[in-house]
Design a protein around this ligand. Structure first.
Ligand SMILES: C[S@@+](CC[C@H](N)C(=O)[O-])C[C@H]1O[C@@H](n2cnc3c(N)ncnc32)[C@H](O)[C@@H]1O
Length: 270
């Protein structure tokens, strides 16, 4: 994995996602999701849409047995990085499986806990994915899943600066990130898949980073506009990053960037 001084990985990829988003925000979110699911020693855990695997690694620490944890994702590059980061963390026994969440080649009733952090909103077949989560859980098994509720200040700052520079609508595809922020729709998806005790809470997760320019550089590199940005002249690239950081002036504290994002977390039982 690239070290922090190499944060200028402008062309993105899973390493940048891990360095940027996982360290600034998703790592703490993973702790909270695993707590919401009540993962305890000996639990068999499935992490769906695992990305670089932070939820799976966190669950493996709580369950005490990495071999009881499986991560799945549709993106082979994410899984390759997930396996590497898990090995670096001493959790090489976590299993990684490349598949669509709506068609997982896993047995029925196999897991105590299913987790899905910020993944469902990207899935084309959401009812199919929820049905699969229910199928692979044992009766009484627990689900904990999170989605962003609304566009966060970071997304708004990106839209203001990048749409102005590259043209209106440039960042429109990113709206998928918070496209499933409707509590009723989440209830319907879970209850339609047969889950019971469905409970949704709203809270705020912070993205925190001591070096806002480094964070925004990484966040851009992990975005769909990474290639376009990376092709800009150095000075132009730096100017846009500074403009985005300036848009986020209200979201700093004495420790650096502290940008909030509203998050819906759903827990349920099979
Ligand atoms: C924002 S990332 C979240 C990754 C990870 N859960 C985390 O918290 O860091 C969304 C992930 O969903 C995955 N994904 C999108 N569509 C999927 C699908 N249909 N089936 C499985 N994974 C999917 C992407 O490949 C990506 O890794």
């Amino acid at each position: 994995m690239a070290d922090e001084s190499g944060f200028q990985l402008k062309r993105g990829g899973p390493d940048v996602y891990e360095l940027c988003w996982v360290r600034a925000q998703m790592g703490r979110c993973a702790e909270e999701l695993v707590t919401a699911a009540g993962v305890t020693r000996g639990d068999r855990v499935l992490d769906i849409a695992c990305g670089t695997g932070v939820v799976a690694r966190t669950a493996a620490t709580r369950s005490g047995t990495a071999a009881y944890v499986t991560g799945t994702d549709v993106h082979a590059g994410m899984l390759e990085a997930a396996a590497r980061f898990a090995a670096e963390a001493g959790q090489a026994e976590i299993a990684w499986l490349e598949c669509d969440a709506a068609a997982m080649p896993l047995p029925d009733d196999a897991f105590d806990v299913a987790l899905c952090q910020q993944g469902l909103q990207f899935m084309p077949d959401k009812p199919g994915a929820m049905a699969e989560m229910a199928r692979v859980l044992k009766p009484g098994g627990r689900l904990a899943l999170s989605v962003w509720k609304t566009r966060a200040p970071i997304g708004a700052a990106f839209a203001t600066v990048l749409d102005r520079h590259f043209g209106a609508g440039t960042t429109a595809p990113w709206e998928m990130i918070y496209s499933l922020g409707d509590r009723n729709r989440l209830h319907n998806l879970a209850e339609g898949a047969g889950f019971r005790d469905v409970h949704i809470t709203l809270d705020v997760k912070f993205a925190r980073h001591p070096d806002p320019e480094a964070f925004i550089t990484g966040a851009i590199a992990g975005s769909p506009i990474a290639e376009t940005m990376a092709d800009l002249a150095e000075a132009e690239h730096a100017r846009l990053i500074k403009e985005i950081v300036a848009e986020l002036a209200d979201y700093h504290d004495d420790d650096g960037l502290a940008s909030p994002a509203q998050c819906l977390t759903m827990t349920a039982r099979k």
